[in-house]
Ligand binder design. Structure first.
Ligand SMILES: Cc1cc2nc3c(=O)[nH]c(=O)nc-3n(C[C@H](O)[C@H](O)[C@H](O)COP(=O)(O)O)c2cc1C
Length: 256
């Protein structure tokens, strides 16, 4: 396989070739600009406020849940949440993400085993300052939520794409831009959608997460950013009081 570093992106991936067939080197290829009408629903003021408050009320109920019931939940809710995440803005619309939804018991067990191995190491030898800030959360190296939750979504960030020129078959590397920012926004939408659908979630980052790409058979251009168990809370689930303490509005909002 011949790999060159060049532009490329979605148009090339979709089959357009911007290179000279005879040159054997694909040229940077940008989709051409084509304006289409903006679809935008203009709401009445009171409707805007009603929706804004309803969304805020729902989001205020979101808690990172570490105790899951094994009760199944509809796949459609997870699919819709991934769809919602996929609407996220991204640098140059490159959409540098993949969402792997794990439902296989055996795979969840393998993830838990590997995550607990990493976490044991962290809780025994990790930086004391980092362990201190985690103390009020009451977390430890046992990660039963990974096997109890009906689904575990692993969000991967794609650093680049491999684009094959359909004519020359030369493969080029097309870098993705603002990958972490874009994936962070998509993760926010994913969590918001799942919360809105009445599901419990936990953004979880067993560190380091390199084992996830290997275990889930992901390609070299993908790196795990977040692991999200999804489901319903177990009977009697608790959350740390510390997590309820959010900064006041005047600490986070500045008008100029
Ligand atoms: C990027 C990120 C990584 C996180 N990693 C973990 C984790 O590995 N384990 C865990 O128990 N919670 C994890 N959390 C959850 C936070 O501890 C939690 O969001 C915080 O305590 C506030 O609680 P809340 O989510 O209920 O508001 C993570 C959250 C974020 C945003």
């Amino acid at each position: 396989m011949t790999i060159t570093v060049a532009g490329g992106g979605r148009a090339a991936a979709a089959g357009a070739s911007c290179g000279e067939p005879s040159s054997r080197v694909p040229q940077p290829c940008a989709p051409s600009y084509e304006p289409v009408p903006l679809v935008f629903e203009r709401l009445a003021r009171d409707e805007q406020l009603r929706r804004s408050r309803a969304f805020l009320d729902t989001m205020a109920t979101r808690r990172s849940c570490r105790f899951f019931s094994r009760e199944p939940v509809p796949r459609e809710l997870v699919i819709d949440a991934v769809r919602a995440a996929g609407t996220a803005p991204s640098g140059a619309n490159q959409q540098p993400w993949t969402f792997v939804v794990v439902e296989s018991r055996a795979t969840k067990e393998a993830i838990r085993e590997a995550a607990e191995r990493e976490e044991r190491d962290f809780y025994e030898r990790g930086p004391a300052a980092w362990r201190d800030v985690l103390a009020p959360l009451g977390t430890d190296a046992v990660k039963a939520h990974i096997t109890d939750a009906p689904y575990v979504i692993v969000v991967f960030a794609r650093s680049h794409e491999l684009v094959t020129d359909p004519l020359t078959k030369v493969v080029s590397v097309a870098k993705n831009y603002y990958v972490r920012e874009s994936v962070g926004i998509a993760c926010g939408l994913l969590l918001a959608s799942l919360t809105h659908a009445g599901l419990a979630t936990l953004p979880h980052t067993p560190s380091p997460m390199g084992f996830l790409a290997k275990l889930l058979g992901r390609p070299d251009n993908e790196r795990a950013e977040l692991l999200v168990p999804v489901g319903l809370p177990s009977e009697g689930a608790t959350v740390p009081r510390h997590a309820l303490e959010k900064k006041a509005l005047d600490e986070i909002l500045v008008w100029r």
